[in-house]
Design a protein around this ligand. Structure first.
Ligand code: IMP
Ligand code: MG
Length: 177
């Protein structure tokens, strides 16, 4: 998927958010680090109402704890009590992350929570939380670029690529999505 196709999808999703949220009192855009950083920047340039921004960083437990559990590496740095929050994610895959975010935000007293994600894999998503603003729906491939990483690499690519899983050499092969 090329940068210009991504920008078109960001235009569309920004338009919807601008239309839906324009009368809400200073919503808070909450970017989920690290993967959403590029999308967050491109999205926010298009938001035309007064709002605040902050970031949160979560990580899946590895090692002794069971998979699917998520811990907070950087917690909420602003109060969300009584506020409208728009979560900005890079990708919703199984939905574990948005599920955890939802409990964090509810426990912290958010009044309304909307979910915006650059990418959604409907074939993997098993959650019950509604993704209000998915910019793009994609197949179950593992993708890299435009903020998303493979083993921490490739976040800076401006286009989105599919990781070639057949690749046996140490250098991973990528193809444009
Ligand atoms: P979840 O399964 O919805 O909780 O997604 C967890 C996280 O895994 C996402 O926020 C991404 O950071 C990462 N992730 C899921 N799918 C991909 C992918 O295709 N490429 C890169 N990262 C991914
Ligand atoms: Mg993420």
């Amino acid at each position: 998927m090329t940068y210009s196709q991504i920008q078109e999808a960001v235009d569309n999703v920004a338009q919807k958010i601008n239309r839906d949220m324009k009368d809400v009192d200073t919503p808070l855009f909450l970017g989920v680090l690290t993967g959403s950083f590029m999308f967050f920047g491109d999205l926010m340039k298009r938001i035309n109402f007064e709002c605040e921004m902050c970031f949160i960083r979560l990580a899946s437990y590895e090692g002794t704890s069971s998979k699917g559990e998520v811990k907070q590496m950087l917690g909420l740095t602003k109060s969300v009590k009584g506020r409208s929050v728009i979560v900005v994610e890079d990708i919703v895959d199984t939905g574990n992350t948005v599920q955890e975010l939802d409990s964090i935000l509810r426990d912290s007293g958010a009044r309304e929570i909307k979910y915006c994600s650059l990418l959604l894999k409907p074939g993997h998503y098993t959650g019950t939380i509604k993704i209000d603003y998915p910019a793009l729906e994609i197949p179950n491939d593992f993708i890299v670029g435009y903020g998303l990483d493979y083993d921490q690499l490739g976040r800076q690519y401006k286009d989105i690529y599919v990781l070639d899983e057949e690749e046996t050499s140490k250098r991973k092969n990528i193809n444009i999505l």
